[in-house]
Design a protein around this ligand. Structure first.
Ligand SMILES: Cc1cc2nc3c(=O)[nH]c(=O)nc-3n(C[C@H](O)[C@H](O)[C@H](O)COP(=O)(O)O)c2cc1C
Length: 257
């Protein structure tokens, strides 16, 4: 058949399309388990970074270090452990969309502006050599300017002093809202105190640099007021009674014995 025949052109083009789509789909299916493993590893790396157990510069064996972490699935409303949910397979982001596992947040309560959340969350406990809990890592999320930011906040065993704050997923502008990833901005968090002496939430992320160099105040980022207001709001939400309040109360009893 002559190369100029329309039929031949259509046949060759169609064949090429079929071969390419088979190749792409096969690659997607074959590489899926590898992608899942990498995304789990990345999540674990961020949990360890928040807890101060992994340094991005010096690195380390994430799989090995993560063995020291106990994962609990907790029911947010009661703070109790949901022992019937497998922490290895439970995905709170998927669960938020599920009619049974997720719930809509009434707009007057939705300080973090996330609209829905899972009724259960995965939290992470690290125990020191004495066997006592020395770090609790809690997932947080909330709306910034362009996107929902997902991160982890790690707390000391007093459950009010911050060990670290890390965001692992957002679409804020690099150099503006994206500065939440800057190690310098992240470096201000260890030692910050989220509650006052009476146990009330008492913390502010300021617009730009904080006027007070104190444990209850954090610097914002100039030119990224909206993203940083999102950070302030999501901390207020998740650390409050509607967020991890009941979980923190239950953990306090567990840690204090
Ligand atoms: C291209 C572009 C990207 C921006 N990205 C962000 C951002 O990621 N986070 C943010 O809070 N503001 C961002 N802003 C700025 C906001 O539109 C808004 O002006 C700013 O949050 C106000 O903060 P300021 O009072 O500190 O200037 C961006 C602006 C432009 C033009």
């Amino acid at each position: 058949m002559s190369n100029d025949r329309t039929l031949k052109i259509v046949l060759v083009a169609s064949l090429l399309c079929i071969v390419c789509s088979v190749l792409v789909s096969t690659a997607a299916v074959v590489l899926r388990p590898l992608q899942d493993i990498n995304s789990q590893l990345d999540m674990r790396r961020n949990i360890l970074m928040a807890a101060g157990l992994y340094d991005a510069e010096t690195g380390g064996d994430v799989k090995e270090i993560f063995k020291s972490i106990e994962t609990q699935v907790v029911e947010l409303e009661t703070g109790e452990i949901a022992s019937d949910i497998d922490p290895n397979t439970f995905d709170p982001r998927q669960a938020a969309k599920d009619p049974k596992l997720g719930e809509a947040i009434p707009s007057e309560e939705d300080l973090a502006q996330i609209k829905r959340r899972a009724r259960f969350q995965k939290i992470y406990l690290h125990k020191g050599s004495s066997g006592a809990v020395d770090t609790v890592v809690l997932p947080i999320n909330g709306l910034g300017l362009w996107s929902t930011l997902y991160g982890f906040i790690a707390l000391e065993p007093d459950l009010e002093t911050v060990k670290g704050l890390v965001y692992y997923d957002h679409k804020e502008t690099p150099g503006l809202g994206g500065e939440v990833d800057n190690p310098k901005w992240r470096g201000q968090w260890p030692g910050k105190v989220l509650f006052d002496e009476s146990g009330e939430y008492d913390f502010k992320v300021h617009k730009g640099p904080s006027p007070i160099d104190g444990p209850h105040d954090a610097d914002g980022v100039s030119g990224a007021t909206i993203t940083l207001r999102g950070v302030d709001n999501m901390l207020r939400y998740w650390m409050g009674d509607l967020g991890y309040g009941p979980t923190l109360e239950r953990l306090k009893k567990q840690i204090d014995g």
